[in-house]
Design a protein around this ligand. Structure first.
Ligand code: FNR
Length: 376
């Protein structure tokens, strides 16, 4: 199969992965309206074509928190990345480092942060969830800092897991959970070889951050639900801001008021996100939520956005809508599932080429010049 886009990677991943894993990745909450809107609303953003303003020297780089990056893109935190390819977090982090972009390690990773930090030269960004066990959160923060993580991505849009019907059907949630599914999935040999199910014990039990998540894990979603903290407010979390000296990004903002609250909290950045349509079905798509948020806080903090980004044109659109940076979620996991590190590298090369083409066709020379004046 010829692969020239994230859509092709998605189709190849669908063929290769065991269904429970593909649907866990591909699906969203409820009727998946927000998931669809993320993609559709972004694709409907019209851009101004400008002519005879070209330049051979394009600057695709950007700076966040005093550090230069090669593209205005980062790899989003995705739980269980190591289920999509052998040592998946390490492979994705290597691909990101190769392009000079951040890799954000999820709290619920298969590879420990220490392994990923050791595998790449660039500092890691670490994502943290709000958990009931505060002592554990403190401990994780200290470990992340000791391992050289520079930037904390604090995800606040999952106080409870969203209603994901595909996971109920596939067995990803409910009592017959992942381990049983993993065994059944071994009928998909290509996937099983890739994640290392043959030859050595697979270490799903190594989900890095969590105590209690070790090998007895059967109901993954149920387990998330019992460990996450739904009763929490900004004030309860001030200690995290006090404890983490480096840049902190609050992930999961969809309202201008919440963006202002994140600013008062002392956040250096936000991610405009609805968790890829996996939480509140009916929430605004990121593309529609972003302009009002940019109006409220642009220039006062770094604005990232994610949700539905599948092409370099989508990256360009998010920047034009007001983002300073864009996170890739599913797109890079599809690529990782198909060809590991090489797949993610190929995807990033495709996006870069696409972004470059768009910059020529809209007459901009640097990422910093992309803004609302390019929207129709
Ligand atoms: C996620 N996302 C996520 N976010 C987070 O902060 N921590 C996490 O562990 C996860 N896990 C996770 C697993 C899977 C399978 C998906 C698809 C997503 C959300 C992710 O970081 C990002 O916000 C969305 O994926 C962006 O939407 P797109 O690009 O997938 O459309």
């Amino acid at each position: 199969m010829i692969i020239s886009s994230a859509t092709d990677f998605r189709e190849a991943a669908r063929r290769k992965l065991p269904p429970f894993l593909f649907h866990y990745l591909d699906g969203g909450a409820g009727a998946e309206q927000t998931l669809r809107n993320n993609v559709d609303d972004l694709q409907q953003v019209n851009l101004r074509q400008r002519v005879l303003r070209g330049s051979e020297q394009l600057d695709l780089g950007t700076e966040w928190f005093g550090r230069r990056y090669g593209l205005p893109v980062a790899l989003a935190p995705v739980g269980l990345t190591g289920m999509y390819a052998r040592r998946g977090e390490v492979q994705a982090a290597r691909a990101a480092t190769g392009r000079g972009i951040p890799f954000i390690q999820s709290t619920v990773s298969v590879c420990p942060l220490a392994e990923v930090a050791q595998a790449v030269e660039q500092p890691i960004w670490f994502q943290l969830y709000v958990l009931k066990d505060r002592a554990f959160m403190r401990d994780v923060l200290q470990r992340a800092r000791a391992l050289g993580a520079t930037t904390l991505v604090f995800t606040v849009d999952m106080p409870v897991p969203g209603a994901r019907y595909r996971d109920a059907h596939s067995g990803m949630s409910g009592p017959n959970g992942p381990l049983r599914r993993v065994l059944q999935a071994m009928t998909r040999p290509a996937w099983a070889w890739d994640v290392g199910l043959f030859g050595r014990p697979h270490d799903l039990g190594n989900i890095s951050a969590y105590r209690g998540a070790a090998t007895g894990l059967t109901d993954y979603i149920g387990w998330l639900a019992s460990n996450f903290d739904p009763g929490i407010g900004w004030n309860d979390l001030q200690w995290i801001r006090d404890e983490w000296q480096g840049p902190m990004i609050i992930k999961g903002i969809l309202e201008a008021d919440d963006a202002r609250a994140a600013l008062s909290f002392g956040a250096d950045g936000i991610v405009v996100s609805n968790h890829g349509g996996r939480q509140l079905d009916g929430a605004l798509s990121s593309a529609r939520a972003l302009p009002a948020i940019a109006d409220a806080v642009k220039g006062r903090m770094t604005i990232f956005a994610d949700g539905g980004v599948r092409t370099g044109t989508d990256v360009f659109r998010m920047l034009a809508l007001g983002a300073d940076g864009v996170l890739l979620g599913r797109a890079f996991i599809y690529a990782l599932a198909v060809h590991g590190q090489a797949g993610v590298e190929q995807l990033l090369a495709i996006l870069e080429k696409d972004l470059r083409t768009n910059m020529v066709l809209t007459g901009v020379k640097s990422v910093g010049e992309i803004g609302p004046h390019l929207l129709v």
